[in-house]
Design a protein around this ligand. Structure first.
Ligand SMILES: Cc1cc2nc3c(=O)[nH]c(=O)nc-3n(C[C@H](O)[C@H](O)[C@H](O)COP(=O)(O)OP(=O)(O)OC[C@H]3O[C@@H](n4cnc5c(N)ncnc54)[C@H](O)[C@@H]3O)c2cc1C
Length: 404
């Protein structure tokens, strides 16, 4: 038996280990186009940009673990083609390999701005990107960040910590528009403003040009201009779908998989950021780009490929660190019809609970309040209506509401 894993990132690495944990004894080949074995990306927009000395690469597993478990790593090599009918793949060096089962865990890359001068901006996905940005930040005095999503704002926070004057430009009317409620956005925006970051919303960037004084000029619709020594863009992730598309797999903005990670082709599975997976609790397909999902989905699908299948129904969850504040978001706040903000005493603490149409909790946003996150996830899982007055009362612990 041979299992091939395409993509040696977080989901692929954990899937390989989970296969052994499920008792699979056949060959496992983990193929990755980066030079590194699976490593953590979250530090790339945080400690790698700010800390002295530069932190080492944060690997998920020591190299010996792969050796002990008999997992073969083929790094610096990309898979060029997948042929589900022939149960085969072709590597970038032309080599053809056959599999019994294949897992696609190829994640995504940073989306580039499709505008004139878009190549003058820095983008962040890999350790190499982070190291280059780190070097540039050492001398940049004025930085323009395009995009107020999670990555854009983390970069803005790190650049500000490095002493730069930071301007953020965002096309939408608020920060983190895809992942938090308007109340959560307001909290995040005030964090940035308090730290001196200038935020501009409803701004459409048209072009980036080099100016005579070696600065960069960012031209926006309506004739507005901004300039800086460096331009950084965090404008989303683009899933690496070309191979799956060519192989004829069903796609819906990601590779469509069921709750066991099975794609539309026999013996072809997918996990992590690259998927559009069916979530049994929300009864719809989700596309997530987050650390815990990459890990737990990788583990669940790796096991399912070896006969240990249980439906993957993790509650979506991610965290972000900005200006020293840890914000955690669970569930689907963007789907809420009502948000209840708990009246917390210290202004650095923020807790919002998001309700679905039927009065059940569908999401939670919590800053500097990690205790509520676990209970919030249990409430989301319970999917039953909860008394809104009790939710609003900070003296009522959320876990008591689960029992009720
Ligand atoms: C800068 C940054 C900061 C982040 N911070 C947070 C955070 O604070 N909190 C949080 O919850 N999440 C965070 N994330 C998200 C989290 O890191 C990702 O969700 C996770 O890395 C996804 O893992 P993955 O294995 O699905 O995909 P990836 O990490 O993208 O791994 C896929 C791998 O496959 C490789 N590959 C692609 N195509 C091929 C091919 N054809 N052949 C071979 N190899 C291929 C890719 O190069 C890559 O190495 C952050 C992400 C980034 C980029």
């Amino acid at each position: 038996m041979t299992h091939i894993i395409v993509g040696a990132g977080q989901a692929g690495g954990w899937a390989a280990i989970a296969m052994r944990q499920a008792g699979y004894e056949g060959r496992i080949l983990l193929v990755g186009d980066e030079a590194w074995r699976p490593y953590e990306r979250p530090p790339l927009s945080k400690a790698v940009l700010t800390d002295e000395p530069e932190p080492p690469v944060a690997y998920f597993h020591p190299a010996e673990r792969f050796v002990e478990l008999g997992i073969e790593l083929l790094l610096g090599t990309s898979v060029a083609q997948l042929d589900p009918a022939a149960h085969g793949i072709r590597l970038s060096d032309g080599q053809r390999l056959e599999y019994d089962r294949v897992l696609i865990a190829a994640g995504g890359r940073a989306r580039h701005l499709p505008i004139p001068g878009g190549e003058k901006a820095h983008y962040l996905r890999t350790i190499e990107d982070a190291r280059l940005i780190r070097t540039k930040l050492a001398t940049a005095r004025r930085v323009v960040c395009i995009g107020a999503g999670v990555i854009g704002l983390e970069i803005a926070s790190s650049a500000s910590k490095r002493g730069a004057e930071v301007t953020v430009l965002e096309a939408l009317p608020r920060a983190m528009g895809r992942s938090v409620s308007p109340e959560g956005a307001q909290f995040i925006e005030s964090l940035h403003r308090d730290a001196g970051v200038m935020l501009h919303f409803g701004v459409i960037v048209d072009a980036i040009e080099s100016a005579a004084d070696a600065t960069l000029r960012v031209s926006c619709r309506g004739g507005i201009e901004f300039s800086g020594d460096m331009v950084l863009a965090g404008v989303g992730m683009q899933r690496n779908l070309a191979m799956a598309e060519h192989a004829g797999l069903a796609l819906e903005g990601g590779i469509v998989v069921d709750e066991f990670g099975r794609t539309s082709a026999p013996d072809v599975y997918a996990a992590g950021d690259i998927t559009a997976f069916h979530h049994p609790l929300f009864n719809r397909r989700l596309r997530l780009e987050s650390w815990r999902h990459a890990q737990n989905h990788g583990i669940a699908v790796g096991k399912a490929m070896c006969g240990e299948a249980s439906p993957y129904d993790d509650i979506p969850w991610f965290w972000t660190d900005q200006h020293g504040v840890n914000l955690q978001v669970a569930g689907l706040p963007a789907d809420a019809v009502r948000t209840i903000v708990r009246a917390n005493a210290p202004p650095s603490v923020f807790t919002a609970i998001h309700l679905a149409e039927d009065g059940s909790v569908i999401g939670l946003t919590a800053a500097n309040d990690p205790r509520v996150v676990r209970a919030g996830q249990a409430l989301i899982k319970a999917r039953c209506p909860v008394d809104p007055d009790a939710l609003a009362d900070p003296d009522v612990p959320l876990q008591h509401l689960i029992r009720r």
